[in-house]
Design a protein around this ligand. Structure first.
Ligand code: IMP
Ligand code: MG
Length: 180
């Protein structure tokens, strides 16, 4: 275990099992169609990479990078697009892939924005859901794990850009946050 980790919340094996389960559900729901998976970078990159390898319908991928504008926007839900999609999503079956849905502001913005681009369908898939922190109503169509109100890292999720490479979903030791 990494020395900064206090607790492993979800093991590598549990994640792998869940990824296959989600992929099986998506393959079933989109049978006879193709799907465009839109990953929100950077956090969703590892999840998306694992997920698509178990999806059995034709898959394309694209990425968006977003950030919320400072403090005010954290409550208002104003999100800035840092990197937009490379391609049109008109008439495509789109699934937005997130690492975690927390307040829901990011996902809600993504859905509103992508809806204006007229996809054939638009769904959301997240590895983790923290419903206790929700500020706006948004329910992911596919969810791996519902977790308690704890800050987690690993499997793509970061604290100050670190720990994305951990293979498990972990809670950090409190002293990590005070080290500066
Ligand atoms: P939301 O807009 O509040 O739903 O936030 C979503 C984004 O906040 C996620 O895509 C993550 O980048 C980040 N985030 C929320 N909770 C956590 C966490 O526990 N660990 C790491 N990142 C988090
Ligand atoms: Mg993210």
């Amino acid at each position: 275990m990494h020395p900064d980790v206090q607790e492993i919340l979800i093991s590598e094996e549990e994640i792998a099992g869940k990824v296959r389960e989600l992929a099986a559900g998506i393959s079933e729901d989109y049978r006879g169609k193709s799907v465009l998976m839109v990953g929100i970078i950077k956090g969703a990159v590892i999840f998306l990479s694992d997920l698509i390898r178990y999806i059995e319908v034709p898959v394309n991928i694209d990425f968006m990078a977003v950030s919320s504008y400072g403090k005010v926007s954290k409550s208002s839900g104003v999100v800035k697009i840092l990197k937009d999609l490379d391609q049109s999503i008109e008439n495509r079956n789109v699934i937005v892939v997130e690492d975690i849905v927390d307040t829901g502001l990011t996902l809600k913005y993504m859905l509103e924005n992508l809806t204006t681009r007229k996809p054939a369908s638009l769904k959301t898939c997240t590895l983790l859901d923290k419903p206790s922190r929700r500020k706006v109503k948004v329910v992911p169509d596919y969810n791996g794990f519902t977790i308690p109100d704890k800050f987690v890292v690993g499997y793509g999720l970061d604290y100050a850009e670190n720990y994305r490479n951990l293979r498990e979903i972990c809670v950090l030791k409190p002293e990590v946050y005070t080290k500066g």
